[in-house]
Design a protein around this ligand. Sequence first.
Ligand code: BGC
Length: 770
Amino acid sequence: MHKAIIPLLYVLIFSVSNLFAGNGSKPHYNDKDINHIVSQLTLEQKARLLVGCPGSDKGVSHIVAGSAGYTFPIDSLGIPSINLADGPVGVRITPVLPNKPYTSYCTCFPSTTALAATWNKDIARLEGNAIGDEALAYGVDIVLTPGINIMRNPLCGRNFEYFSEDPYLSGIMGAAMINGIQDKGIGASLKHFIANNQQTGKLYNDARISQRAIREIYLKGFEICIKNSDPWTVMGSYNKIGGQYTQANPELLRTILRNEWNYNGLIVTDWYKKRDTADQLNGGTDLMMPGEQSQVDEIIAGVKNGRISETTLNKSVKYVLKLISKSISNKGWEYNEAPDLAANAALARRIATEGMVLLKNDRSFLPISQGAKIALFGATAYKSIAGGTGSSNVNKAHITDISTGLEKGGYTLSNRLKGLYTKFVEFQNDLLDKHPESTDWEKLSYNRTVIAEMDLSKAESIIGQEAKNSDIALIVIGRGSGEESDRRLEGDFYLTPEEKFMIENVSSQFHAAGKKVAVVMNVCGVMEMNSWKDEPDAILLAWFPGQECGDAIADVISGKANPSGKLPMTFPIDYFDIPSSRNFPMVGETKSGKNFDYTNYEEDIWVGYRYFNTANKAIVYPFGYGLSYTNFSFGKPKLERKNEKWVATIQITNTGNVSGKETVQLYISAPQTSIQKPSVELKTFGKTRELKPGESETVKLEFTDYDLASFDEANSQWLTSKGEYTLSFGASSKDFRATLPLNISKNRTWKVNNVLRPVEKINVMKFPLK
Ligand code: BGC
C-alpha cells in the first residue's frame, strides 16, 4: 500500500469510530507527561505530530466536520487529534450531516471591523466568550481568530476581517477577544503574523517595510495581544518579510516572538501554500496545516540529513503536545447540549447596533418613529450582507434581511418597492447564482450572492410616486468583500452608476416633496463618500452586521438602540489621497513585479490618521468619528502616576435627552526629535456604560512610558524622549475635548534586536512632504 494512504485510512477509521461518540471523559495526558511522551515517540510519529493530518481540510475529524483541519492522533500514546476551525466572526464548521443526530449551526457575529467600531473591550470579550461556548459545545479545540492585520489601504479584500488602521485599537480589541475565547478553555489563533495587507500576490509578496514601521505599525498590535492575552497559537502569514517567508523567518518568529516577547504557545502556518518544511521548522513554525504527506517526509529526511536538529524537532513536538494537552479533545470532550444560540444571537444584535457608526444626521432626522411608511430602496435591503466571504464565513441558521428587520421593528414598507425588489432579487439570484445545486444552509453562507444594484434610471416616475406616498426614503448600499481578492476602485470603492443614480434621484425627489432620506451602508469598509454625502439627510454605516443584520439596523433606525460606534479607520476624500495608493496593487492589472512580488511600504508609519492629521489633509470622516442621538460633555481630566503606570481619568456626562454611550480616545503628541512623530497617536481608549440623560461616569485610561515610545531605528531601541507631551482626550482623532500636559524628565530606552531589515532600503515618506 502507498505510504501516503496509511495515515488517511488510519484517520478515517479513527474518525468514523469516534464520530459524535465523544472519547471518554478522562484526560488522555497532561502537561507533566510531555517529556516522557517525547522520549517514546519515533521519528515518524514526531514528524506526523508536526503536520496536520493529510487531507484534514476536507475530512471529518473525530468530532467535527468542516473545520479547517486537524492534527494527527497517536492512539497508542493517548494523543488525540485536535481540530482547528475558522474564524473571525464565529465558528465555521459543517452544520448538517446525514447521520449526525444534531445540527451545529453557529452564530455569525458582525464583521471584525464592526466589532472594532464598538471600541468596547468588554463586548469583544463577550463575543469571544460566545464563540468559545459554541466551540466547546460542538467540540472545536482551536478557533482561528482574531486577524489583526493593519488596514493600510482600503482596497485590501480582507479588511473586513481586521480591526483597524491603528495598532493600539487592533491590539487591545484583539486581546479582549482572545481572552474571551480562552476563558472557555478553547484556544485562539492570533493571525496573520505579519503584514498580510493585500490579497494580490499574497502568497509570494515581500512586504518591504522599514524597521520602524514594522515595529510601530505592523508588529505593535501583535505585541499588545501577546502581552495581554497569551493566545494558544499564532498563525504565520503567507507573505514574506525581510525577503523571507514569515513562516520560515527566525528573526520574526524566534528573535521577536519567542525571545523578545516570551511567547510560549504554538506557531502554526497559514493554510494553503506549502513551503520548505525544514526552513519552516528552523524558522520557528511548529505545526504545518492542513498537512501534506510530503511535509512529513521532508521532516524525516531533514532530521536524517542534519538540516533539522533533534533539539529543533523536539521543541516543536513539545509545543504541539502542550497545545493538545490543554485542548477539550484531550479532556475527553463529548457532545452534551447545543450552545445557547438565542442568547448569542441577541449578543450579535447588540454588538451590531453598538458598532454602527452614525456618520450624518442633519436636524436629528434619525431616529424615525415606528409606524412610519418607508420607501425602501436598494437590492441589499432585501437580500442583506451578513458577512464577508472566504474562511470568515460562518454557517448560520438564518440571516434577517434589512427589509424584514424594519417590518418586524414596526415600519410599513412601500408594497410597490417591496414587490419590485423581491422580484429583482429573485431574478438576480437565479442569474448570478454560481451554485444553484447547493443546499439551503450553503446558500445562506458560502454561496450567498451579493446582488448588484437595480437600475432605476427608467423609473423616475416610480421614485416620484414613492416620494408622494411614503413618509421617508431609506436607501441601502451594499458592498461585499472576501478573502479571495482585493477590491477594485470602479464599482466598489466608488459607487456604481446605478447606486449614484439611486442616491441622487431619490434624494432630490424626496426633498422636492419635503421628505427626508437616509442611507444605510451595508458594506465591508471604506468607500468614496465625498461626492454623495451631502445628498441624504442621514447616513448610517452598518458594516457587515452579522446574521441579525435587519433587526440590528431597525434597532438603530428606531432609536431603540443609540448608535455609539466610532470609525476604526479614516474615510479619505479620494482613494488617491491615501499614501499607500502609490504602492498598492490594482486587481486585474498588477500581475508581477512591483506591488505583486514585492511591495515597498513607502508611506512608512504614516498610515491612516497618522498621515492625514500630520499632513493636515482634508478627509471626509476622521478616524474615531461617530455621532450619537445624544451629546456628551468631557470634564477636566486628571493624571496620576501609579506603580509605573500613568492613570488618566476624565468624567463624561450625557448632556442630551436620551441614553447613550461615549468613547474617550486618548491620543498623545510627542515632542519632536530627530525621529519625526505623528501629530497625534492613539494610545488607549475607554467607553462609558449606557448613561441616562444627565448621568456621568469617570473613565479611567492607563498607559505606560513604553507606550509613549517611538522606534529609534538607528539604535534598535524603543525611545521615549524626554520633554513635553500633550495628552488629548478625543471624541475622535479630530475632536479633542480636553488636553493635559505630561512631562517626561529623562529619556527612557528599551533595547531590541536589529532584525527584519527590508531587502532594499525603502524611500520612505518624510515631513514636510515634498
Ligand atoms: C486563511 C486563514 C484561515 C485558513 C484556514 C487561510 O487561507 O488565510 O485566515 O484561518 O485559511 O481556513
